[in-house]
Design a protein. Sequence first.
Length: 82
Amino acid sequence: MEVQTDQEPGEGETLIFTLGGGFSVKGIIRDVAQRLASEDWPAFELSESADTVIIRSSQVVALRGGNKKSRGSMGFVPRRQP
């Protein structure tokens, strides 16, 4: 399974970068980091599927958390002067 590591992860997802590649897993970055710090072989659920992946915590080189996507925008419309 190929993960698009150049794309921003969604809300509630975290990209885990290891020496062997990248994984998009379900969970916020704080929870993922906490599990990696406390377990040697934590199991995570992949974001793209319901598959489980076990990652050796000593092989993790970086984490990237997802952000809440803004759904609206505010703009200004010029008014005509009479």
